[in-house]
Design a protein around this ligand. Structure first.
Ligand code: PLP
Length: 394
């Protein structure tokens, strides 16, 4: 059986979630906008999904906009808030380690006259709250900083950043919590965020469903016209089964989060110890303030993509970084921002555990991964064939 260590890319759909969704994919197929019984049943399920998701992050149901995933939630939140605030200013501040769903979205806004400021991060991928403060001018409308990074698992000091942001009147803080939501407690009031994005497929929910939290009173311009759904904030017939799936998955994840995180941290540390025993390896991201199941590293003198391919052949699913940049030849903008030179960043590898990862799987992976990495070091084959360096006969 293959060992799946790529839960930051996506997670399996949990059986209870599928069960909860099934009626809305079969007999309860009503359109939530219809006034007849079929419609009312769909509406009730949709309302309950908003309520469940909201209550698990300390929000109100009306503050949740359901979307087609994290990317859409971020597009809606960032573009919507930027356009709504354009009369007051055109400056947007982000970190240099944001997911492309944030980075590319604001770069798109640049074409329409917005000014984008990218904040540096330290060696661990952390933003300094003082830098956030210093970057905000009277023309700033929006600051977007992620709660936890998808490539290196580093957790940002969001509550502290929020304090700095809100010292400036009218500036909004948008937070990408797509990776954090499965693992970290989220209370929008304690964190002090105005907008926050989540995605169901990162916590054993269905793919193609996400949520944008919008603090009550925060004005955004809708990005989709043609329907008045989601309180006029996101037109389009609602994905009722998806909403039910997301709410069920999130409810379960939150209820079990503390226990799951403890177990995942222990297993990740075990794997980490085995993998980092290989010469030339180094943990990337913050050593402590990181997602519990997230192991990211650099193996010097290797090509991360080649290592991941070799691990796949050995029955282990891993990735080089974000699922979205895998397969491209570009090195990670996250590792570059953290100060890793290109040749080191090429040796990046990401192993991410999930709720369903077992001890037996980690024991097996801990036996395979170090030897695969060691064998993939550039020159390792030549060294093995010619240990004394005397030249190999032709
Ligand atoms: C940090 C982060 N933000 C946003 C996204 C995009 O979410 P989705 O896949 O739901 O569009 C991802 C997905 O990998 C992510 O890791």
């Amino acid at each position: 059986m293959a060992i799946y260590l790529d839960h930051a890319a996506t997670t399996p759909l949990r059986s209870e979630v599928l069960e909860a969704m099934l009626p809305y994919l079969t007999e309860a197929y009503g359109n939530a906008s219809s006034t007849h019984g079929f419609g009312r049943r769909a509406r009730a399920a949709l309302d309950e999904a908003h309520e469940t998701i909201a209550s698990r992050i300390g929000a109100e149901a009306r503050e949740i906009v359901l979307t087609s995933g994290g990317t859409e939630a971020l597009n809606l939140g960032l573009k919507g808030a930027a356009w709504a605030g354009k009369a007051h200013g055109h400056r947007i501040v982000i970190s240099s380690v944001e997911h492309h769903a944030v980075g590319h979205t604001v770069r798109h806004l640049e074409k329409f006259g917005f000014e984008i400021v990218e904040l540096p991060v330290d060696r661990y991928g952390r933003v300094d709250p003082d830098n956030v403060d210093a970057a905000i001018t009277d023309k700033t409308v929006l600051v977007a900083i992620m709660l936890a990074n998808n490539e290196v698992g580093t957790i940002q000091p969001i509550a502290e950043i929020a304090n700095r942001v809100h010292a400036h009147r009218g500036v909004l803080l948008a937070v990408d919590a797509v990776q954090a939501a499965p693992h970290l407690e989220i209370d929008v009031t304690a964190l002090g965020v105005d907008l926050l994005a989540m995605s169901a497929h990162k916590f054993e929910g269905p793919k193609g469903v996400g949520a944008l939290y919008l603090r009550h009173g925060t004005h955004i311009l809708a990005q989709q016209q043609g329907g008045s759904q989601e309180r006029h904030r996101r037109g389009g017939t609602e994905n009722v089964a998806g909403a039910v799936g997301m709410a069920t998955a999130f409810g379960l994840a939150v209820a079990e989060r503390a226990e799951t995180a403890r177990r995942m941290r222990r297993l990740r540390e075990r794997l980490q110890k085995a993998v980092l025993a290989v010469d030339g390896t180094e943990l990337t991201g913050h050593p402590k303030d990181r997602l519990p199941g997230h192991l990211s590293l650099i193996a010097r003198d290797t090509d991360g993509t080649a290592v991941a391919v070799s691990l796949d052949l050995h029955g282990i699913a891993a990735s080089v970084g974000s699922a979205c940049t895998s397969g491209s030849t570009e090195v990670s903008h996250v590792l570059s921002a953290m100060g890793y030179p290109e040749e080191e960043a090429r040796g990046a590898l990401r192993l991410t555990l999930g709720r369903t990862t077992t001890e037996a799987e980690i024991d097996e992976a801990a036996g395979i991964i170090p030897s695969v990495i060691a064998s993939m070091r550039i020159g390792a084959a030549a060294v093995a064939a010619d240990p004394m360096g005397q030249g190999v006969p032709a």
